[in-house]
Design a protein around this ligand. Structure first.
Ligand code: LLP
Length: 428
């Protein structure tokens, strides 16, 4: 299946698989995230097939990219476990039916409660981001009378060559332990009762298109594995993280086949189970943000197309100057140059600047493409806006998998009694 499987023009109208997006807008309103099950599955299979040369592996979807239960459940069906970074994501992964032993728990700021929650659930791999965290996990495990299975996340000091805000493997980044300190920390943590350290983990960033930095990082990890084994440590797992990028224009995605070959080549004599944590590669193309044009108003150089989706719904352009293709749901062949902006009261609430887009008029439906990863998962209620609904499509059926929800319902408010008295007109 090509990456266009999910969203296609049919009879002049954009469809998600067999469902016209117009039908979804009518039933659910806008803005709404729409996911294609077929596109999700296709990407999951492409990823798995690319890793065919690797004998022992496990795949864990990075839940932060898209924590919808329906999405997680489709990926579980494709044999994926979950890479999580919070107690909330743990709850989501378990609710989607992922087995605890297929869950990897990364993140630099796990709280004591979250560490205990992970142990109670029996999470298969806790990726330790620092020595103190390892001490805390071991102590908690001993207290609970269980054995924690963990890996040590290494910061290989390799620049992933991606956007600075999504780079995680350089020495000034907060993630993992410094390469130079890794052996000492591993030695000490491995002696801790309650803790079985069975491997190391690395993740150098996201939206990586050039495989060289990944290869450099993996080679360093290979050296470390050999050094750890030479000291008597039993290393059964290496987590190679996620990070493979996709194309947000019309070009090719990160070369997953070349990635598989590179990994197979670099790791051929490691004799471990390799773990992978892709997020974006699996979900990005499988989702669009369906939106309606509210107004087209004149601007100095070109008009502003004001849509009903804002930076609170899709934060990536405002945060990383990310590009998401804007397309009409019923394109008429004409184009226009325009700024595409949302309703939020910030100038960064802009999806396109002076871009050539499908000609749209007020009331038209449109999509922001490739929004299946880090779209809904990063949404907020800024400007007291509702959280967009989410819909999943499979073939010719669709279902709301998350309803639109008002800001007030997400964050229930209460008044301090002294203000409440004043509000009601009583003397405070
Ligand atoms: N593993 C770990 C430990 C991670 O921190 C991440 C992403 C992944 C796996 C998955 O990476 P992926 O395969 O999706 O590149 N919000 C940003 C992306 C932040 C990625 C954070 N970590 C964006 O919208 O571009």
């Amino acid at each position: 299946m090509s990456r266009d499987t999910g969203f296609v023009l049919r009879g002049g109208a954009l469809h998600a698989e067999g469902v016209a997006l117009g039908r979804i807008a009518q039933a659910v309103g806008t803005p709404t995230y729409v996911y294609s099950t077929g596109a999700l599955r296709a990407a999951a299979r492409r990823f798995r097939e690319a890793l065919a040369p690797i004998p022992r592996k496990s795949l864990a979807f990075a839940v932060k990219a898209n924590p919808s239960l329906a999405v997680l459940s489709v990926l579980r069906g494709e044999g994926f476990g979950a890479d999580i970074v919070s107690g909330g994501e743990l709850t989501a992964a378990l609710a989607a039916g992922m087995a605890a032993e297929d869950i990897v728990y990364s993140g630099v700021g796990k709280t004591p409660e979250e560490l205990a929650q992970a142990l109670r659930a029996g999470v298969g791999h806790v990726n330790l981001e620092g020595e103190r965290e390892g001490d805390a996990l071991a102590a908690t495990a001993v207290r609970m009378g269980v054995e924690a299975t963990a890996m040590l996340r290494i910061n290989p000091d390799v620049d992933a060559g991606t956007h600075a805000k999504i780079t995680t493997g350089t020495s000034d980044s907060k993630f993992g332990v410094a390469f130079a300190d890794a052996i000492g920390i591993f030695d000490r943590l491995a002696r801790r009762p309650g803790l079985t350290l069975h491997g190391v983990a690395v993740h150098i960033g996201s939206q990586i298109m050039d495989l060289k930095p990944l290869e450099t990082a993996y080679r360093r990890i290979g050296e470390l594995v050999a050094a750890l084994r030479a000291r008597g440590h039993v290393i059964t797992h290496v987590d190679l993280g996620g990070g493979l990028g996709v194309d947000y224009h019309d070009g090719p995605d990160g070369d997953v086949a070349a990635y598989g070959e590179m990994v197979a080549r670099v790791t051929h004599d490691w004799d471990v189970t390799l773990m992978f944590e892709p997020g974006r590669y699996i979900a990005a193309h499988a989702g669009v943000l369906l939106t309606r044009v509210l107004w087209v108003k004149p601007g100095e150089e070109c008009p502003f197309v004001v849509i009903d989706a804002g930076m609170n719904d899709l934060a990536r352009p405002a945060l990383y100057d990310a590009w998401h293709e804007f397309a009409a749901v019923a394109p008429n062949g004409a184009t226009m140059r325009a700024h595409v902006v949302g309703p939020v009261c910030e100038s960064s609430d802009r999806f396109a600047k002076g871009r050539l887009i499908d000609r749209v008029r007020e009331g038209d439906l449109a999509v922001l493409r490739d929004a299946g990863a880090y779209g809904a998962s990063m949404a907020s209620c800024y400007n007291s806006r509702a959280l967009a609904a989410e819909v999943m499509v499979e073939g010719d059926r669709f279902a709301v998998i998350a309803p639109r929800i008002d800001a007030a319902a997400i964050r229930p408010q209460s008044m301090p009694d002294w203000l409440e008295a004043r509000r009601l007109g009583h003397a405070a």
